[in-house]
Design a protein around this ligand. Structure first.
Ligand code: ADP
Ligand code: MG
Length: 242
């Protein structure tokens, strides 16, 4: 099976600060990869490089057949294949939930309004929010808004989803409902990379866990590696209760 994402010796610096120091890993089709590590270890930067939001100085990244390091990269085509969801939901407050979701399919994919509405209803049902289509973001809880943000990404029918600490701003109950949506997506065969502090979720859902430390993949393995860390750094990270 060919990889949906492959990183090979990726290097990325901000000025004099080298943030990624030769990062390599792969995500197979339908695989869920959880990226963990202390704050500042380079997790978000790695995700941003995968979606070509940052340029890299060394190594290679191939995402759904797109060569990110290639100067001829077709960013529009890449954006159609990859959805990204951040901690902040960034919904437009003056648009309804459905209108927020319909925006990109209409603008980027040129589909008709009626078709976009049907699509919005279908992705809203996947995240359990069918009844909120005509609500405004401010009428929803944080967890519901985050589920709308996930639905908005799904409406573009991506081949890969990237999640960067999407539950970090939510209280435990709302976190649970967002994690359930992500678990459903994983079960449905979506290829995903998620940066998370939810160790129990990573252990349960991820096919592979990547522990980043100081800009490197320090340890990688199945979820069970969290029960039996091989390095002192992972052990310390896990016992700090992050
Ligand atoms: P993590 O997501 O693991 O917390 P990040 O990838 O956000 O880590 O950041 C890794 C390091 O890169 C940090 O030291 C951070 O301050 C630095 N960094 C991230 N983005 C930028 C930027 N745009 N300019 C300068 N430094 C940055
Ligand atoms: Mg981060």
């Amino acid at each position: 099976m060919s990889a949906v994402v492959s990183l090979t010796n990726v290097e990325k610096s901000f000025g004099a600060l080298q943030v990624l120091k030769g990062v390599s890993f792969e995500v197979g089709s339908g695989e869920v990869v959880a990226v963990i590590g202390a704050s500042g270890s380079g997790k978000s930067t790695a995700l941003r490089c995968i979606n070509a939001l940052e340029t890299i100085e060394g190594g290679e990244i191939v995402v759904c057949g797109h060569k990110i390091h290639d100067t001829k990269l077709d960013r529009r085509a890449l954006r159609r294949d990859v959805g990204i969801v951040f901690q902040s939901y960034n919904l437009f407050p003056h648009l309804t939930v459905a209108q927020n979701i319909m925006l990109a399919p209409i603008c980027v994919k040129n589909i008709r309004k009626a078709e976009a509405r049907t699509l919005a209803e279908s992705v809203l049902s996947r995240v359990g929010l069918s009844e909120k289509a005509d609500s405004y973001p401010e009428q929803l809880s944080g967890g519901q808004q985050q589920r709308v943000a996930i639905a908005r990404s799904l409406a573009m029918q991506p081949k890969l989803m990237l999640f960067d600490e999407v539950t970090s701003a939510l209280d435990p109950q709302l976190t649970g409902e967002v994690l359930r949506v992500m678990e459903d997506l994983a079960r449905g065969g979506m290829s995903m990379i998620l940066v998370t502090h939810e160790m129990a979720f990573a252990r349960k859902v991820a096919s592979k866990v990547i522990f980043m430390h100081k800009g490197k993949v320090w340890e990688a393995g199945p979820g069970a590696m969290l029960d039996n860390p091989q390095t002192e750094e992972l052990n310390t990270f896990l016992s700090n209760g992050l």
